[in-house]
Design a protein around this ligand. Structure first.
Ligand code: FES
Length: 165
């Protein structure tokens, strides 16, 4: 993951940008897919990148910042290779979400939004991810859900991620 970068879409990527813009009546609506493109390209979304997206869409930078900060799927800092987002919202909290979060935090020696020294893991406490019926749960790298978590299966997950580095 790049710790610093100069945000710049290629000519090819600009075609996708324009495609997104063309889908909506107002360019403002394309802010989310463009932020997502930045994250896919650089791994996270810097303040400079938010401004860059704002300039493309002719939007106030504060508007882009507001969108990027509202959604936890947008990473506002470089995270670890395995970013673990642990839900502690009501259903998960009632079924041990904080125990899971605290266990991972203690096992890896990192607090909320911190990254391990080897860059392999980071952890983040998040709001409901829509998997309440299988609480407690976590999401790995914005893609994979791990549900009905227990201390044991969380340990197994972390060990398998360590072994797959
Ligand atoms: S409360 Fe955790 S997924 Fe809904």
């Amino acid at each position: 993951m790049n710790n610093t970068y100069i945000p710049q879409f290629t000519e090819e990527e600009m075609k996708t940008v324009n495609l997104h813009i063309s889908k909506y009546p107002k360019p403002m609506a394309a802010v989310m897919p463009l932020l997502w493109m930045i994250q896919e390209k650089y791994g996270w979304i810097s303040l400079e990148a938010m401004k860059y997206v704002g300039d493309i869409l002719n939007l106030p930078h504060d508007h882009v910042l507001g969108v990027a900060t509202f959604y936890t799927m947008y990473f506002k800092k470089p995270y670890g290779k395995n970013h673990l987002q642990v839900c502690t919202n009501v259903s998960c909290m009632l079924r041990g979400g904080y125990e899971i979060f605290n266990h991972i935090s203690g096992k890896l020696g990192i607090k909320n939004k911190e990254v391990t020294g080897d860059g392999l893991f980071s952890i983040e406490e998040v709001e409901c991810l829509g998997s309440c019926a299988t609480a407690p749960m976590l999401q790995l790298n914005n893609k994979e859900f791990y549900e009905n978590l227990t201390i044991d299966n969380v340990d197994q997950l972390i060990d398998s991620l360590k072994n797959s580095k």
